[in-house]
Design a protein around this ligand. Structure first.
Ligand SMILES: Nc1ncnc2c1ncn2[C@@H]1O[C@H](COP(=O)(O)OP(=O)(O)OP(=O)(O)O)[C@@H](O)[C@H]1O
Ligand SMILES: [Mg+2]
Length: 378
């Protein structure tokens, strides 16, 4: 038996690359094919470093060659991973947080657009890519991260680190979590004044035993008022992700959210906009899209504002269910949803790498009074 290289390439063209809408030959993932007699060696480069993604690629290649070329071909697949090995480093001037490389805020102007859902699934996708991830749930109005990770009944323990008493984050699915919700009773809406909120959040950042983290994601409360300003200014953020639905009222608020991060006194780079609930899709009919909140609103806004559209996430029942039962949808394996969240995550990391290469580290601006907040609000 003699295998033809072109026949192998044609077989590989039947395999699509998740999230890229192209086959692995066209996308450039296949870097080399060598055949001798009944043996074939395929070299590929993939972006997802997880063991599961490597295994999946290998199995798909073997299956395609056996089905399309020859049942008895001896296939060897060499896989190279082209993902950022380590998270981009952000050396924070002023007040460093030992061990935390990047702090990313997830914000929206309007409430209920899916900030916490996006934070939870971003965290899970980053973790699946091999990063060490923490979430700080800073939503002083309605902390929902504990429910989304099924840890609502847990409390952070106190541990001694270098002779100092520190809060130990609760862990779920390998993600470290601290939430305002751990310190308040359920159903108790906590509305702090700006400085009080920043003080509590500061403790959760600086007096917690986070350990080494590539990413700390901060789920912000909805809105763009004084409280938000003071929270945002108390943290040395590396970047912000703004979530919006395609709806007009949400877009107007998302615009304010982007403007809040871009104003001179804050100057936190906006990594991009996530369009959540971009369309409704019944899971059993994924080709059917119903644009119930309007079409492409957030993509148009991203274009207008000159920021990247990081992803369009559909409105799907299992995303809501995953949130309610404490099992984020991104934990699913090889589903369209998991892929949509992976695309969102890859694009966010890409923007972050660009940001860290081109801009100096963000400094945390210390604001201690409401007057201070008003002064910087302009
Ligand atoms: N893409 C989606 N598909 C289905 N349900 C979704 C989606 N995104 C969010 N949801 C659901 O919508 C509700 C609101 O989402 P979420 O709590 O994430 O919004 P939020 O912006 O954090 O809200 P808040 O402003 O109250 O903090 C939740 O029940 C969540 O499960
Ligand atoms: Mg929320």
């Amino acid at each position: 038996m003699k295998l033809e290289k072109q026949a192998i390439l044609n077989a590989l063209k039947t395999i699509s690359v998740p999230g890229e809408g192209e086959d692995m030959v066209t996308s450039g993932a296949v870097t080399n094919v060598v055949t001798f007699g009944d043996e074939v060696i395929v070299d590929i480069t993939i972006k997802n470093p997880s063991l599961q993604a490597k295994k999946k690629a290998e199995v798909e290649i073997m299956k395609a060659i056996h089905a399309e070329v020859h049942m008895k071909a001896q296939v060897k697949v060499n896989i190279k991973v082209d993902a950022p090995e380590k998270a981009p480093k952000n050396e924070i001037k002023g007040k460093p947080i030992p061990g935390i490389q990047n702090i990313i805020a997830v914000a929206s102007g309007k409430g209920g657009v899916g900030k916490s859902t996006i934070t939870a699934n971003l965290a899970v996708s980053l973790q699946k890519m091999g990063f060490k991830v923490g979430i700080l749930d800073a939503d002083i109005y309605g902390p929902s991260i504990p429910i989304m990770f099924d840890v609502q009944d847990e409390k952070p323990l106190s541990v001694k680190v270098d002779g100092k008493q520190k809060m130990k984050p609760v862990e779920s699915y390998g993600i470290k979590i601290l939430s305002i919700g751990f310190f308040t009773k359920p159903d108790q809406a906590v509305v702090w004044r700006g400085p009080m909120a920043s003080k509590a959040l500061n403790q959760m950042i600086f007096d917690a035993a986070w350990g080494a983290l590539d990413f700390l994601l901060v789920d912000l409360p909805p809105g763009t008022g004084d409280i938000h300003l003071s929270i945002v200014q108390a943290m040395p953020l590396t970047g912000a992700v703004v979530v919006s639905t395609p709806q007009k009222v949400a877009l107007a608020d998302a615009k304010k959210g982007v403007a809040m991060f871009q104003q001179d006194s804050i100057n936190v780079p906006v990594l991009g906009i996530v369009e959540n609930m971009a369309w409704f899709t019944p899971e059993e009919l994924p080709e059917n899209k119903y644009y119930i909140f309007g079409k492409e609103g957030a993509s148009n806004l991203a274009e207008d504002l000159g920021v990247r559209l990081l992803a369009q996430i559909p409105l799907v029942q299992s995303i809501r269910e995953g949130g309610d039962v404490g099992h984020p949808a991104a934990l699913q394996k090889d589903t369209i949803l998991a892929e949509a969240f992976e695309t969102m995550t890859r694009n966010s990391v890409e923007e972050l790498v660009k940001r860290n290469d081109s801009l100096p580290p963000t400094e945390a601006v210390k604001i201690t009074t409401m007057a201070g907040c008003a002064a910087v609000k302009k």
